[in-house]
Structures are given as structure tokens and as C-alpha cells.
Design a protein. Sequence first.
Length: 119
Amino acid sequence: VQLQASGGGLVQPGGSLRLSCIASGFMSDDYTIGWFRQAAGMEREGVSCIRSSMTYYAEPVKGRFTIPRDNAKNTVYLQMNSLKPGDTAVYYCATGPGLICSAVNMDYWGKGTQVTVSS
């Protein structure tokens, strides 16, 4: 399984970005796939995950982020709206068989993409 994340960049507070994660080799509704982020000096944290039709959002991003999925394209997106400076981090997509949106449950990781929210 290979995951390729893209779409990061510099955006002003209140702006939007859409990250894309293209999975090759394998993608199944029985796997959890999602987005994680790691800010400088911080631990990697789960942002949002999707498994079949079930979604999870971390409390800080609820109401601002969504995780649409296009199975035909083997792609999962992270639509980020109303971005805040606190959202600045390297964002990673990952997948694994576990039910919980936690980094320890993910078996496969893509390279990160930097998101910087700053005026």
C-alpha cells in the first residue's frame, strides 16, 4: 500500500485548503483511513478518519473539517475550512485495520504535507 498526500501550503487565517490522499495497492472499506497532523514539538494526533460510512473528527476541527472520500479514485480528501494558526502542522494520511483513529493503529503512512496558517 502506498499513500500520497498533497495539497498543503500557506493560507491566511479563515482560509481553506483541501488535502488529497491517493492510495495505491489497496484500499478497503474495512480499513480505517484518515489524516493525522504533527505540529513542531508536539506528538502526532488524529485529525479525522473514515471507515466505510463512519467518520471521526477530533474536537478542535469539528464543524470546520470534513473528510470526503472518492472510492472510484482511491482518494480521501481533507477539506479544511476556517483555518486557524493552531492548525499549522505537517499533515499525514495513513491507513490501517484498527477501528480507532489513532496513529498507533495505522500500518501505512504517506509522506507529510505542510500546512501553514499565518497572516
